[in-house]
Design a protein around this ligand. Structure first.
Ligand code: NAD
Ligand code: IPM
Ligand code: MN
Length: 337
């Protein structure tokens, strides 16, 4: 039987709500594939500031580094917004990513068949924003770009759109030159270039033109939030942050949503799907990952919707009930198979 150590970092706001659900789903999907997990929960962000006065204690760093994968909820909240920079929850997250050297941030945006809003534009969208995660907008991020291209070039449909601002920024000129040079090594990958302002517009106009969008830290942050609305809600989008070796970090792309925290309103699907990415990209457990993805589809097919994705004729549920339905849906696969 395979056994993995998973570090859970619930964090702040809706983080703990969505992590406790994703943990159960992970456990259930794993058990159907002969995969066992030991979980270790550690503090990060504001919760950690309150506990020990630091947004990322040494113990959390070492637990994360020693594990096979890390699943994070979200950090941040009004309470800590006025803290000095080094004592902000956000700093803890940035430090964690740096400590794990997770330079590549994969943010898929897949429109599920149940989604009905803007049907003609959205139907069939399946794109991935690959965001350089640990660099600032300087030469460092070019290094990241090369590694990103290598990591993703052949994994999807073989189309890669590099997004930059080479008409204005020196760093972008260098980025484009390096990306173009690297593309020569991958003749089977179709490379195109787009300026970031145009990319922002094209994402809304015709998102289906994209397969993989490869871009730097800041552009990737912004474009992935934008891409989330094509799928219906930021509450749907997972992410994987990967390094060359060592544990990956898996988290929803949304924040701690203080406006709805503690009210059982959060959509847990982004975190549940992050657990699926943990299995697929972190542990190579594709079958268990598929079980989670199918279970999410199952719950949506039955009409279950949290408030952020609710529309007429569907069934409005809270965070817990959505989580329970996904769990049931994983469970029903036992009888189906
Ligand atoms: P946010 O993503 O927390 O929330 C933006 C909006 O989306 C809110 O209206 C919120 O209710 C909604 N939303 C987000 N996740 C949802 C979910 N799962 N289900 C339903 N609705 C959801 O962004 P923000 O308000 O700009 O930031 C709030 C805090 O989160 C800040 O402290 C910020 O720094 C932090 N943040 C953390 C991360 C992270 O941990 N990775 C990411 C973004 C923001
Ligand atoms: C994200 C967030 C973080 C980022 C912040 C909270 C540091 O916006 O994960 O998308 O900029 O990476
Ligand atoms: Mn963001």
């Amino acid at each position: 039987k395979k056994r993995y150590n998973i570090t859970l970092l619930p964090g702040d706001g809706i983080g703990p709500e969505v992590i406790s659900i994703a943990k159960n789903v992970l456990q259930q999907a794993g058990s159907l594939e002969g995969v066992e997990f030991s979980f270790r929960e550690m503090p990060v962000g504001g919760a950690s500031l309150d506990l020990v006065g630091l947004p990322l204690p040494e113990d959390t760093i070492s637990a994360a580094k020693d594990s096979d994968a890390v699943l994070l909820g979200a950090i941040g909240g009004y309470k800590w917004d006025k803290n000095e920079k080094h004592l902000k929850p956000e700093t803890g997250l940035l430090q964690l990513r740096a400590a794990l050297k997770v330079f590549a941030n994969l943010r898929p945006a897949t429109v599920l068949p149940q989604w009905t809003l803007k049907r003609e534009v959205a139907e069939g969208v399946d794109l991935m924003v690959v965001r350089e995660l640990t660099g600032v907008c300087d030469h460092v991020s070019c290094q990241g770009a090369l590694r990103l291209m290598k990591m993703t070039a052949r994994k999807r449909r073989g189309k890669s759109c590099s997004v930059d601002k080479a008409n204005v920024l020196d760093a972008s000129i260098l980025w484009r030159r390096r990306v173009t040079a690297l593309a020569a090594e991958y003749p089977d990958v179709e490379l195109s270039h787009m300026y970031v302002d145009n990319a922002a517009m094209q994402l809304v106009r015709d998102p289906k033109q994209f397969d993989t969008i490869v871009t730097n830290n800041i552009f990737g942050d912004i474009l992935s939030d934008e891409a989330s609305m094509i799928t219906g809600s930021i509450g749907m989008l997972p992410s994987a942050s990967l390094s060359d070796s060592g544990p990956g970090l898996f988290e929803p792309i949304h924040g701690s949503a203080p406006d709805i925290a503690g009210q059982d309103k959060a959509n847990p699907l982004a975190t549940i799907l992050s657990a699926a990415m943990l299995l697929k990209y972190g542990l190579g457990e594709e079958k268990a990952a598929k079980r989670i993805e199918d279970a999410v589809l199952g719950a949506l097919n039955k009409g279950f919707r949290t408030g952020d994705i609710y529309s007429n004729g569907t069934k409005l549920v809270g965070c817990k009930e959505m989580g329970e339905e996904v769990l049931k849906s994983v469970d029903s696969q036992v009888h189906a198979s």
